[in-house]
Design a protein around this ligand. Structure first.
Ligand code: HOZ
Length: 425
C-alpha cells in the first residue's frame, strides 16, 4: 500500500507544527516510521490521505463508542450549527446534558462542563484543594490526567511513550505537591498518607488505567483507597476520561461498584468533540464559582455543538444498554483469538481486558502497574504495530496506550484482526 501522501504531508507539517503533530503520541516516535494522515472515517474504519482503509482500534482515544461519523450525531451537529456555533451565555441544552449525565452516572449531584479532559482534571484537583484546605495530591505512576503541571510527574501516555521523566517548565514547588506510588500498591498509598498526615487533598486515579496500556485495579485496591479517603478527609477523584460511558453507562463507578467523590470526563461527553466535565458530591461542587470561591471558567464550556453531539451519543447509550454487552463480547472474542495465536507461537504475553478496553503486553508476568508494562517487550509491540498497519489495522502507536473497540466493528473485522496478528508474528 502506498502512504506517499502521508509522507509528504508529514514533511510539510514539520515546517509549521512542532514535530509535525498537535499531540506527541501521534508522531509515531516510539513505534518508528512516519505518522499516517487521516482524511475521513466512517463506522469502524479510518481512511488515510492516500485512500487506504484501516480497521480502527483507537476510536479517537475512546469516545467514538458507536463508531465514526455516527449519523444521528452528525445530523444533530449540522442542525445545531445553523443556530450558532457558540453563545458564551447559558442554554437549555446544557441543563438537559447535565440532567442526562446525572441520570446515568452514580454519585454525581452537580456537574460542570469544560473543554477537555486536562481541564476537567486540573479543575477537579483545584476544587479538592479548595474544599479540603490542603495542598498535596497523590497520583499513580503511569496514570495520565492531562498535561496540567501537577500531573506531569511519573505520567503515562505520551510521557511514558517518549520516556520523558522530568518536564522542564514544571516548577519544583508544583512537582513537590504531587506524590506518586505504584498502581495497585495499597500499602504504599497508606504510607504516603501517613507520612503526609493532614496534607493530602486528593487522590486521583484512572479506575481502569488506559495510559500505560490497559491495567486493571486488583480486587480491593480501589475499595482500600476509598476507605483511606473517608478516614482522612481526602477527596477521591476518578479520572473517567477513558472509562466514562465506555465500561458501562455509569462508567467505572458502576462497573466496579466503587464510589468516587469527584469524577472527570473528557471527549466522550462530546462524542469526540472538544469537551470535558467534572462533577460529584453537591457539598464539594458547591465550592465552585459562582456559588463558592474556587474559580473555574471558560467561554467554550457548554458549547452547543459539543453538547448536542454528546447528548445524542449518551442518550443512545442510555437507551441501548445492550451495546455494552455487544462491545464486551467483541472484545472478549478478540482476546480469545489473540490468546490462541500467541500461545500457538509460544510468544510470552499478557492480555489485560475489561469491557471494550484491551492491551497486549509482550511479557510473561502479570501486568498490574507501570513497572510491569515498562518491562514488556515494546520492540515486539512496535513490530506488530507496523505489520498490522500494513495490513490495514490501526492500533494506538504506543505500547503504553489502551486499545478501544467501537460498536461499528463487525465480527468479520475482529476475525480479520486475529488473522492479521497470526500472519504478523
Ligand atoms: N494522550 C492521548 C492518549 N492517551 C493521545 C492524544 C492524541 O494524540 O490524540
Amino acid at each position: 500500500m502506498s502512504i506517499q501522501k502521508s509522507i509528504d504531508l508529514f514533511a510539510r507539517a514539520q515546517k509549521s507544527i512542532p514535530g509535525g503533530v498537535n499531540s506527541p503520541v501521534r508522531a509515531f516516535k516510539s513505534v518508528g516510521g512516519d505518522p499516517i494522515f487521516m482524511q475521513k472515517a466512517k463506522g469502524a474504519y479510518l481512511y488515510d490521505a492516500d485512500g487506504n482503509r484501516y480497521i480502527d482500534y483507537i476510536a479517537s482515544w475512546g469516545p467514538l463508542i458507536l463508531g465514526h461519523a455516527y449519523e444521528p450525531v452528525v445530523k444533530a451537529i449540522q442542525e445545531k450549527a445553523l443556530l450558532s456555533t457558540s453563545f458564551g451565555a447559558p442554554t437549555e441544552l446544557e441543563i438537559e446534558m447535565a440532567e442526562l449525565i446525572i441520570s446515568m452516572v452514580p454519585n454525581v449531584d452537580l456537574i460542570r462542563m469544560v473543554s477537555s479532559g486536562t481541564e476537567a482534571c486540573m479543575s477537579a484537583v483545584r476544587l479538592a484543594r479548595g474544599y479540603t484546605g490542603k495542598n498535596k495530591i497523590i497520583k499513580f505512576e503511569g496514570c495520565y490526567h492531562g498535561h496540567a503541571d501537577s500531573f506531569l510527574v511519573k505520567a503515562g501516555s505520551g510521557l511514558a511513550t517518549l520516556n520523558i521523566q522530568t518536564v522542564p517548565g514544571v516548577t519544583a514547588g508544583v512537582a513537590a505537591d504531587t506524590l506518586t506510588c505504584a498502581y495497585n500498591d495499597l500499602a504504599a498509598v497508606q504510607q504516603l498518607v501517613e507520612k503526609n498526615k493532614g496534607e493530602v487533598a486528593a487522590i486521583i486515579i484512572e479506575p481502569v488505567a488506559g495510559n500505560m496500556g490497559c491495567v486493571l485495579p486488583e480486587p480491593g485496591f480501589l475499595e482500600g483507597i476509598r476507605e483511606i479517603c473517608d478516614a482522612e478527609n481526602i477527596v477521591f477523584i476518578f479520572d473517567e476520561v477513558m472509562t466514562g460511558f465506555r465500561l458501562a453507562k455509569g462508567g467505572a463507578q458502576e462497573k466496579l461498584n466503587v464510589k468516587a467523590d469527584l469524577v472527570t470526563y473528557g471527549k466522550v461527553i462530546g462524542a469526540g468533540m472538544p469537551v470535558g466535565a467534572f462533577g460529584g458530591k453537591r457539598e464539594i461542587m458547591e465550592c465552585i464559582a459562582p456559588l463558592g470561591s474556587v474559580y473555574q471558567a471558560g467561554t467554550l464550556s457548554g458549547n452547543p455543538l459539543a453538547m448536542i453531539a454528546g447528548y445524542t451519543l449518551l442518550n443512545e447509550l442510555k437507551s441501548r444498554a445492550e451495546i455494552y454487552t455487544s462491545l464486551e463480547n467483541k472484545t472478549k472474542r478478540l482476546k480469545q483469538g489473540i490468546d490462541e495465536v500467541l500461545k500457538s507461537k509460544k510468544i510470552p504475553y499478557t492480555i489485560n481486558q475489561l469491557g471494550s478496553m484491551i492491551s497486549i503486553f509482550f511479557t510473561e508476568e502479570k501486568v498490574t502497574d507501570f513497572g510491569g508494562a515498562a518491562r514488556s517487550n515494546t520492540t515486539l509491540f512496535n513490530t506488530l504495530f507496523h505489520k498490522l498497519l500494513n495490513s490495514g489495522i490501526y492500533l494506538p502507536p504506543s505500547a503504553f496506550e489502551s486499545w478501544f473497540l467501537n460498536d461499528a466493528l463487525s465480527e468479520q473485522d475482529i476475525e480479520d484482526t486475529i488473522n492479521a496478528i497470526d500472519r504478523s508474528l
